[in-house]
Design a protein around this ligand. Structure first.
Ligand code: SF4
Length: 222
């Protein structure tokens, strides 16, 4: 059974334009310095409902929700994710996925079952390991980006922005690589600290450079 770390029965923000329930899958092998869900990082530490309870709730919400988003943690970590997606599709829901692209080949296998994917891109690939605290993390993210863009599945490419963690040069390098990869739009999400403080937005000058060098930039509050 899927290890559920948390469940939100109704969200209007986790899948733009959709009313969705969000299933937070327990476990993530990365240790990003700004992780907002550290309690979801370790497997076997779930404080969420059982998968059967989630399905029971979803069953009562048929007709009230557009879809279900699998988030995390890193949902593709869980070997039960494909079966869980199948079950949710069987109830008639659309399915979205939040991923950092940590397991690109698992993502590739899931793409035909997905209606929408939000891919979290951390920073320029050269700076990835320092931010995720994991060696080789950029290779996974690069491959996931290629696979997602080639798939034709509706998606959102997004980056959590905090100028204390992502320098201007790294952000511009990410903008350029996204444009080179064929991305048309990129969401910059201002980082929210656990105490509630929100990181400042990029300066107007930096924002202009990002627009000039990369895909169209959408700014979003975290
Ligand atoms: S990939 Fe996401 S869940 Fe995993 S450590 Fe980074 S921010 Fe946290």
């Amino acid at each position: 059974m899927l290890e559920v770390g948390g469940f939100t029965p109704l969200s209007t923000t986790d899948w733009p334009g959709r009313l969705a329930a969000v299933v937070f899958v327990q476990g993530c092998p990365w240790r990003c310095v700004y992780c907002h869900n550290p309690s979801l990082q370790l497997r076997g530490r779930s404080r969420g409902p059982g998968w059967a309870d989630v399905i029971e709730t979803l069953d009562r919400r048929i007709g009230l929700l557009d879809g279900v988003v699998f988030s995390g943690g890193e949902p593709t970590l869980d070997p039960c994710l494909p079966a869980a997606i199948e079950e949710v599709r069987g109830l008639g829901f659309q399915v979205g996925l939040h991923t950092a692209g940590i397991y690109p080949e698992r993502l590739a296998a899931l793409l035909p079952q997905l209606d929408w994917v939000a891919l979290d891109l951390k920073t320029a690939f050269e700076a990835y390991d320092a931010l995720t605290c994991r060696r080789g993390s950029a290779d996974a993210a690069r491959r996931a980006l290629e696979l997602l863009l080639a798939s034709g599945v509706a998606h959102e490419l997004r980056t959590t922005y905090d100028p204390r963690l992502i320098g201007d040069d790294a952000l511009r390098a990410l903008a350029r690589l996204l444009r080179a990869a064929g991305a048309s739009e990129w969401v910059l999400q201002r980082c929210r600290q656990p105490a509630g403080e929100v990181a400042p937005p990029p300066s107007p000058k930096l924002l202009q450079r990002l627009q000039d060098e990369g895909p169209r930039v959408l700014l979003r509050e975290a």
